[in-house]
Design a protein around this ligand. Structure first.
Ligand SMILES: [Zn+2]
Length: 235
């Protein structure tokens, strides 16, 4: 557990609260599972027991498009690092799975701030990016503060640079502004901060992929990432 000085990135509405994570010894089977992000939950609030079949009555299947045709289908474990108040914790979350009755595909229900195939939650990743790019904190200093290797911090920054053109395009389309006025890393990261979870949801709706997900980045392969859209889950 690492104590971190947090900054303006996290508004009170987004500040995670402590929560008990479910831990299971079941073997991970995520390689063939399509993911659905639920923006009504976060790494801090996620409870697999919360989900019932009726929760997905309005959710489209990411693979075949059928709406609300899901059965509960077990769970699997997944490592993640996220903030609990000012502490960075490494936990194993037991993710609920559902299965589409139309196409028989299986989907993992993930909290909206979890990035598929990445260890860090969106909140932690943005903390690193903001600390380096906006606050100008050296990579070695961040690595020391957060307890990661400097190579890992550099990989986080390179992931941002990789996604920068798509982030740029997203804000050009959604803000209807001139490309040159939001072209720098500093400007784009500042836009993501307000608020970051809203950005991620909008980005997925346009790209069928979460921002900062590097797997399948090249070539466009891999299944699309779905969104859970229960009527009671307005975000
Ligand atoms: Zn389906």
């Amino acid at each position: 557990m690492v104590e971190l000085k947090r900054r303006r990135l996290f508004s009170s509405a987004e500040t995670p609260s402590p929560n008990t994570m479910q831990i299971s010894s079941r073997k991970a089977q995520h390689k063939t599972i399509i993911m659905i992000l639920d923006f009504a939950s976060s790494c801090n609030t996620y409870e697999k027991e919360f989900y019932t079949q009726s929760y997905f009555d309005e959710t489209p299947c990411p693979k075949c498009g059928a709406i609300g045709r899901f059965n509960m289908h077990g769970s699997y474990c997944r490592h993640v690092m996220y903030f609990v108040e000012v502490s960075l914790v490494h936990a194993i979350i037991d993710l609920k799975r559902i299965k589409c009755r139309s196409c028989k595909s299986t989907h993992a229900i993930m909290p909206g701030d979890l990035i598929p195939y990445k260890l860090l939650s969106l909140c932690v990743l943005l903390h690193i990016l903001v600390t380096h790019i906006l606050d100008k904190t050296p990579v070695l200093k961040i690595a020391e503060q957060i307890g990661f290797s400097f190579q890992f911090i550099y990989s986080c920054i390179s992931g941002f640079v990789l996604h920068k053109p798509r982030i740029h395009l997203y804000f050009m389309e959604t803000l209807n502004v001139f490309a040159s006025s939001i072209s720098s890393c500093t400007e784009l990261l500042s836009l993501i901060e307000k608020p970051y979870i809203k950005f991620q949801r909008g980005y997925i709706e346009r790209n069928r992929r979460p921002c900062f997900m590097r797997k399948f980045f090249y070539g466009g392969g891999g299944p699309p990432i779905g969104l859970a859209v229960p009527s009671a889950a307005a975000t």
